[in-house]
Design a protein around this ligand. Structure first.
Ligand SMILES: C[S@@+](CC[C@H](N)C(=O)[O-])C[C@H]1O[C@@H](n2cnc3c(N)ncnc32)[C@H](O)[C@@H]1O
Length: 557
């Protein structure tokens, strides 16, 4: 009796997860996530503080911001856009009457003419990532943005960035804009350039970031933040807030006096930051401690992404599937697929055995370019079945010759969990597996086992892991994603290098005695791998320094 009951239970659990996923996917495609009431009030209070006659929302949804404005006693009118009429119709649930929504156009804000301008704009634009955008529309938006900014944005920016630009263009002189955006707007390839340009034309009145406990969209993989901007001359110092508890009044008091620091009590931390520091660090990130600087990982190791199979269900198998298809193990390599399969800091052979017993795949079909006719009959039959199912025509697989040839990687000594919330992100690969794309491969330049262990310790040091924030992209729930070239730039703080007994990378010169200036690579091999400047080296204080920067040691108190 127990088994069917359990089956029924797991079916129900599966359906719940599936429903949540499909609902989220539909909402994601349309960019429909509503601002929580406490944050809508905070944003509206700031935008309305100069008593504008009209409040404009370019993506009104069910009128979240309009309802917040009314709750604050706003008597003026509303204007805006909403693509989805059915969603706007839900505004009545918040007590907004049809007369109040007369000037809300059902249509595309980005396709509308630029005029008129507004004194108060408030927005939580649709977060639609670039791969969901139609190519023609994307090209048009890119061209318009380039014309206004004077340079090309990275082609991977999402729709929300174009909303930000158009909102700014739609601001009247001295007008205010409060906009809720995901952190990718300040952590992407063209972000620093974009914010340098915007903050040169507009005033950045404040940046509001949120801790996990106060996340505007709990449970979603988005690290959202609020930008308060106005069409006034720029200011070199910017209030930067970290909200720890979702309390609208505390945020408003911290905004009123950010220098008071603790104005928001326990709910908000506030400080003022130099515009240039903020833009170059990334507006979503806290200021960097001086002793956080160090040597980039690229000086110690080479980073490469894990193997992309193109079809894990075909190439990545369990022992019992291998038996079932009559295949031979000599064509397989031991591999690890999911970060969840590797929860500890060390991956050992016995962990693979445990995964195997739990029915998880650990064997990667790793064929070279050998012609099909030379392969055993059972393997040929397995490949033919896959070809008949259309596998060979899948995008990544179709680029390979022959299609079943697998990417090759030596087993890396260290694995890096690509995206995650775990404390320990670097795994010592004692099992000698190759990883799939859930991981990055980290190949230490010095293969000596003792050095590898020291490097592993240094990389998992909290002070090094804290630096991931400055190279990766942040997502919801504290998750950070780092691509290989971003991980190259991860700095191992000088103190950590010392504490873990890591040897100085061989191609860096000894410090020049008595100078606080930068050092140059000793060998003629050129710049430090991953370094942006050719004159990158370790200063006498053990910190990383560059020819174009004076030094990284903290100034005397
Ligand atoms: C993230 S929701 C925010 C809604 C509401 N302002 C809030 O904060 O709760 C974005 C809204 O934009 C709408 N939308 C998507 N693309 C749009 C476009 N091109 N023009 C106007 N509205 C759009 C979606 O239907 C969705 O209702």
């Amino acid at each position: 009796m127990l088994a069917p009951c359990l089956r029924e239970k797991s079916r129900a659990a599966y359906l719940t997860v599936f429903m949540k996923w499909t609902t989220e996917e539909t909402l994601r495609a349309k960019g429909q996530f509503w601002t929580p009431a406490w944050l809508a009030r905070t944003m509206a209070a700031w935008v309305l503080s100069e008593r504008p006659p009209v409040l404009f929302d370019p993506a009104a949804g069910p009128g979240t911001f309009f309802a917040a404005a009314r709750s604050l006693g706003f008597q003026g009118s509303f204007a805006g856009f909403e693509l989805d009429g059915a969603v706007l119709a839900r505004a009545s649930e918040s007590g907004l009457g049809p007369g109040e929504l007369q000037r809300i156009t059902i249509g595309d804000f980005l396709g509308s003419p630029l005029r008129p301008t507004y004194p108060a704009i408030i927005s939580n634009p649709p977060y639609i990532r670039h791969h969901r955008l139609d190519e023609r529309r994307k090209r048009l938006l890119q061209a318009r943005a380039a014309q206004w900014l004077g340079f090309n944005l990275d082609g991977r920016v999402g729709l929300h960035v174009y909303f930000l630009l158009k909102c700014l263009q739609s601001l009247s002189p001295a007008g205010r804009l409060a906009i809720l955006l995901p952190a990718d707007v300040c952590e992407g390839v063209s972000s620093a350039r974009l914010w340098r340009r915007l903050s040169g034309r507009f005033r950045c009145d404040a940046v509001i970031t949120f801790s996990e406990e106060a996340a505007p969209f709990p449970g979603l993989d988005t690290n959202a933040l609020v930008f308060l901007l106005s069409n006034r001359p720029p200011h070199p110092r910017i209030p930067w807030l970290r909200v720890l508890r979702p309390e609208a009044d505390a945020i408003s008091s911290a905004l009123a006096d950010p220098r008071a620091g603790a104005a928001g009590g326990l709910a908000v931390q506030a400080c003022e930051r130099e515009l240039e520091e903020l833009v170059s660090t990334g507006l979503s990130r806290p200021a960097r401690a001086h002793n956080a600087r160090g040597v980039p990982l690229s000086a110690f190791a080479k980073v490469v992404r894990g193997i992309a199979t193109g079809a894990n269900e075909f190439f990545f198998l369990t022992s019992s599937q291998i038996r079932q298809h009559g295949l031979e193990k000599r064509f397989f390599r031991r591999a690890i697929g999911r970060t969840r399969d590797c929860p500890a800091a060390v991956l050992r052979a016995r962990d693979l055995a445990a995964l195997e017993s739990a029915g998880r795949p650990t064997w990667l079909l790793s064929l070279d370019g050998a012609p099909e006719r030379l392969l055993p009959a059972a393997l040929r039959a397995y490949l033919i079945k896959a070809e008949q199912a259309g596998l060979a025509a899948r995008p990544l697989i179709a680029t390979r010759r022959p299609w079943y040839r697998m990417e090759q990687r030596a087993a890396p000594a260290l694995l890096f969990a690509y995206l995650g919330r775990r404390d320990c992100r670097f795994v010592l690969n004692e099992a000698g597996v190759v990883p799939l794309t859930g991981f990055l491969c980290v190949y230490p330049r010095d293969q000596d086992p003792q050095h590898v262990r020291r490097l592993w310790r240094a990389l998992n040091h909290p002070a090094t892991l804290a630096n991931l924030l400055y190279v990766g992209k942040s997502y919801g729930g504290g998750a950070i994603k780092a691509e290989p070239r971003q991980l190259d730039a991860l700095e191992l703080p000088a103190q950590v290098i010392k504490e873990c007994g890591l040897a100085r990378p061989p191609f860096l010169a000894e410090p020049t005695p008595g100078t606080g200036t930068s050092l140059h690579p000793a060998s003629p091999r050129g710049p430090l791998p991953g370094a942006k400047s050719a004159s990158l080296g370790i200063g006498p204080d053990g910190c990383l320094c560059r020819g174009d920067l004076p030094r990284t040691r903290p100034p005397p108190a």
